[in-house]
Design a protein around this ligand. Structure first.
Ligand code: MCN
Ligand code: MOS
Length: 773
């Protein structure tokens, strides 16, 4: 097995669990274990910066130590004469690059791009870089670079008095009815403010790359959620054709939204490689993962709910703010769940962004939906107590039978079923309604519920499927697997369609020379790529069966059989009365070394230009409300917390979640994805927070010792229940998104459980002990 080749192995894993029922682990819907698992566990999987290249040199970044101001001078004399130093890069000697198109496909301004800053807008910005023969030499020399600044006052964060109200984002405004008047007239009203802090993706594999020029051809080994998009960015920066850039990313140690784009340090490494005529490695350090790209923006929301005495919502008034950087724009859509979760005749949501001195924030698992759900799902809990009805009952009473914003029916919405299944498995009916009414010794017990949702994003993907002479099947795509299970579900799809065992399928991903794919973001890849592979594999099988029938050398030719069955790698007539041969034997007898077919999910009349746009931007992706339906995944989380009465420490002791992601391609992997999201949600609720040093505008806990994420000890048994049914409006095979759904609604369910345990409403994440004492 070469490093790119991932196939399933013999052994128990291919059979999945005993609970498979009738579905073979190997087919779509089976519980096949991750086929890339052994390579990752044994170390056979090579990550980007582990590539060994002849003449490799090492780049280390020099970062700004101020949050706002200008670089006055950079003294590089000592660094340049340090042992092993090959190059000290600064704005003055940097190559002139072009500004690249953004991910939306916006034409870029015709101004040069420099990844090294003279104007400083945040602490940790790249100002210079040192390239040396060895990593240690580069680190030592980088410490000798002396940067002098002219410092100006920084806007530290959203709480900074200088921050102001920010810029209204009109595209986020949603209004129907008269929300203000209906709120004012409502018999029951609640209004509260909910905050989420800066949060970070913290993938196990930090970012980094190796850039290597051969003439005007650039190869980049870099973990990537979007090979084609990043290849386009590199190509545009350096003014070379798109085809000249090859991105390689077969294995990725997690991304969570942070690995979809080429960032400034990538430009630095590729520039240095070009200037030196040598491959350059730049490994982003763990602290730099807090500043080289952005995590989730800090957010503030107010949610006002007006209801009748029975808790039926009459009006929702929602206002949100998120921070963005001084020179970049990030909008975290805070009204995305608020506008669709509950039926309401009157609605108003608006959003501003505030510029602060930070790196531009980015996507972190369910950007928008995640903080949005924290607001509305806590608010409806508050309303439940205000009117004195059960928090689950109030959700059912306000159930949205169709999308209240788009005014379209749901494609499928199994949220009622999720509430029912989750409540049953959790034992919700045994809940004592009063806060502080359930305890175990000095532990206060709280039970909370919250719902979550994530839209179904539909986009484009291509796959090449080959049936090879030995009867094995090869699948190729420039899509990626960062842990979600892409390798595995694509092997299952091809195996099912062609009629071979999954272990006969080799899946090759993560190379931009393969058939193209759009971004792996917004939980879209599985639906897109199973569709593309299904199509390509069907075309390859059709050709195989066609050959069997029409080729004079085929054993089936004389029979004039017009139907043949391919199963377990063998071809036979369905009646079982004719010849039976293996795929390999058939290919041998008709003299073919392979059959290959491409499949894609693009409209039939797509042009080459459409294809380029579809895979290098998100401009052409379909809205989840396009056409007759509104498409979303749904979930309900039931969570038990135990709060130590004396110390205020919160432990999550039980989680039962019921989720609707439509048809599951692989329940074992979908469950694992949901649990991963829930675990991240527990971390978000109780632990995660980027702490800003107000004097220097710096993130102080920029490492995994101080930036706390959930560990095994923080996580109880988690039960996940699938309540989905196939949704033909969402994807070719009936699945909806899985990857981000699980995290949405976890933090509010925990906050609601903490209120039930303690009687204290914490509206400011994370819920740390000092907020409870
Ligand atoms: N799946 C399924 N049935 C479905 C849909 C999905 O069985 N109907 C399973 C498959 O195993 C599939 C996986 O769930 O590989 C995720 O599918 P999907 O929801 O389409 O999400 P993507 O493949 O587009 O993955 C991206 C998504 C996002 S946007 C983030 S953020 C995230 C996530 O996946 N980052 C992750 N899950 C992650 N998991 C890991 N281990 N690491 C990350 O960085
Ligand atoms: Mo996910 S945050 O859309 O990569």
């Amino acid at each position: 097995m070469t490093v790119h080749d991932v196939r399933s192995r013999h052994g128990d894993s291919k059979r999945g669990d005993a609970s498979d029922g009738a579905i073979l682990a190997e087919a779509v819907g089976g519980r096949l274990s991750r086929i890339d698992g052994p390579a990752k566990i044994t170390g056979a999987a090579k990550y980007a910066v582990e590539q060994q290249l002849e003449g490799l040199s090492h780049a280390v970044l020099v970062e700004s130590t101020i949050a706002a101001g200008k670089v006055r001078s950079i003294d590089t004399a000592a660094a340049e004469s340090a042992p092993g130093v090959l190059l000290v890069l600064m704005p003055d000697n940097a190559l002139r690059l072009n500004t690249a198109t953004d991910w939306l496909g916006t034409p870029p301004p015709d101004i040069p791009y420099c990844p090294l800053a003279r104007d400083i807008t945040f602490s940790g910005q790249h100002v210079a870089a040192v390239v040396a023969e060895s990593f240690e030499q580069a680190v030592a020399a980088a410490a000798l670079v002396k940067v002098a600044y002219h410092e100006t006052p920084a806007i530290v964060d959203l709480d900074d008095p200088k921050a102001g109200d920010g810029i209204p984002i009109d595209t986020m405004t949603k209004e129907w009815g008269d929300a203000q008047a209906a709120f004012a007239a409502a018999p029951v009203r609640i209004c509260a403010a909910y905050n989420t802090p800066r949060e970070y993706q913290a993938p196990m594999e930090p970012h980094g790359l190796i850039a290597h020029w051969q003439g005007d051809q650039l190869t980049v080994w870099e973990p990537s959620q979007w090979l084609d998009g990043m290849a386009r960015t590199y190509a545009e920066w350096f003014g070379v054709p798109f085809e000249n850039v090859r991105l390689v990313s077969p294995f990725i140690g997690g991304g969570f939204g942070s690995k979809a784009f080429a960032y400034g340090y990538g430009a630095v490494a590729a520039m240095a490689a070009k200037m030196l005529g040598r491959p350059v490695k730049l490994a982003v350090t763990r602290p730099q993962t807090f500043t080289a790209y952005g995590g989730r923006a800090a957010t503030r929301q107010t949610v006002a709910l007006g209801a009748d005495a029975e808790g039926r919502i009459q009006s929702i008034v929602h206002r949100g703010v998120n921070e963005t950087s001084v020179d970049g724009m990030w909008v975290e859509p805070l009204g995305s769940v608020t506008s669709i979760m509950y039926a309401t005749p009157n609605f108003s949501s608006r959003q501003n962004v505030v510029r602060v001195n930070t790196v531009v924030p980015g996507a972190l698992r369910a950007p928008g939906e995640n903080p949005s759900a924290f607001g509305v799902e806590c608010a409806i809990d508050e309303l439940a107590y205000e009117v004195g009805i059960d928090p689950l009952e109030i959700r059912l009473r306000n159930y949205a039978e169709q999308d209240p914003e788009a005014n379209k029916p749901w494609s499928t919405r199994r949220l009622r079923e999720a509430f029912a299944a989750g409540a049953e498995a959790f034992g919700w009916s045994k809940r004592a309604p009063e806060p502080r009414s359930m305890r175990d010794g000095n532990q206060l017990i709280g039970w909370g519920v919250a719902a979550g949702t994530y839209p179904v994003r539909r986009a484009y993907g291509e796959a090449m499927v080959r049936i090879l002479a030995d009867g094995s099947v090869e699948v190729e795509s420039s899509s990626i697997d960062m842990g979600q299970g892409t390798y595995t579900i694509l092997a299952q799809t091809a195996a099912e369609v062609v009629g071979v065992a999954a272990e006969k399928v080799v899946v090759k991903l993560g190379d931009s020379r393969y058939a193209r794919a759009g971004v792996t973001g917004g939980s879209r890849l599985a639906g897109v790529m199973t569709g593309a592979v299904h199509k390509a594999a069907t075309a390859a099988l059709d050709e195989l069966v066609g050959l069997a029938i029409s080729d004079p050398n085929s054993p089936f030719h004389a029979l004039q059989a017009n139907t043949l069955v391919v199963a377990n790698g063998r071809i036979a007539s369905p009646r079982g009365d004719g010849p039976e041969v293996s795929i390999a034997e058939l290919l041998g007898s008709v003299g073919r070394s392979q059959i290959e077919a491409m499949g894609d999910t693009m409209p039939a009349n797509s042009t080459a230009d459409d294809r380029y746009k579809n895979y290098t931007t998100i401009a052409t992706a379909l809205s989840h409300t396009e056409g007759d339906y509104s498409r979303h995944s749904w979930c309900a989380h039931f969570i038990e917390v135990r709060v130590d009465e004396d110390f205020g420490t919160v432990r999550v002791s039980r989680v039962v979640s019921a989720l609707d992601s439509g048809r599951l391609y692989n329940p074992k992997l979908a469950e694992s994805q949901w649990k991963g999201g829930i675990i991240m949600g527990i971390g978000q609720a109780l632990l995660e927070e980027g702490i800003v040093d107000r004097r220097h505008g710096r993130i102080v806990n920029n490492n995994l010792a101080d930036y706390l994420i959930a560990t095994n000890a923080d996580i109880p048994d988690i039960e996940v229940i699938s309540v989905g049914i196939p949704d033909p409006h969402s994807s070719a095979l009936g699945g909806k998104g899985v990857g981000e759904l699980g995290i949405v609604g976890v933090a509010p369910a925990i906050a609601n459980a903490v209120f039930h345990a303690t009687g204290k409403r914490v509206r400011d994440l994370p819920i740390t002990l000092e907020k409870l004492i």
